[in-house]
Write a protein that binds this ligand. Sequence first.
Ligand code: PGA
Length: 252
Amino acid sequence: MRKPVIAGNWKMYKTIEETVAFVEKIRPVADDAGHCEVIVAPPFTALAAAAAAARGSAIKVAAQNCHWDKEGAHTGDISTGMLRDAGCTHVIIGHSERRHDCGETDEQVNRKVKAALAAGLTPIVCVGEMLAEREKGETEKVLEGQFRLGLAGLTPADFSRIIIAYEPVWAIGTGRTATPEMAAEAHRFLRGLARLEFGESEAEGIRILYGGSVKPDNIGALMAQEEIDGALVGGASLKVDSFTALVNYPRP
Ligand code: PGA
């Protein structure tokens, strides 16, 4: 019922030329992958080129961040309207690298989510605990705070348009993946929050992606979990072969 999503978060990698070459190679892969949605998130400089190269294919293009204002004196920022103009359909919001590198807060995440929805973009909203928080038994408390503050004020209809990504910070770029059971437990918890906050059908419909050291050799076990609706992948999304293997993850 929930269509899986395989999304590549390229972070600060790839030039325009590298982006176009990659998108051209994965066009047929995405077009054949009726079982899932395929999204790539290049850096800002390559978004328009990615969208042009993806035109007419099943590939969707996401930005990695946005500002909440429509326009204004915000040096170095990019608005949701500009992302639409560049050909984006999705935007990653609240990635842990932005929370930690740039001090992004849940309140800012919330403003960005609302701005993205207003512009007709699909926000991919990231949540996840740090290692120390998990070790102190605070995972659920952290997830609940990020969920409630980040999604405050959304209507059930708004909520049904977003995608959530559960990305435990200790698993990102470390090669240390959450076990499929650990990830599923966090997803179940998030879906429970969605049920309380937005309603039964919204909770059943929301797609929750797992992110954190997803690779071709572990995606099958993750996707076998009924709670896991896809993956947000960094490192392993950068090479055509491994992204192809992720899109074509083992299915029963
Ligand atoms: P990773 O990154 O796959 O390299 O761990 C995931 C992410 O940050 O979205």
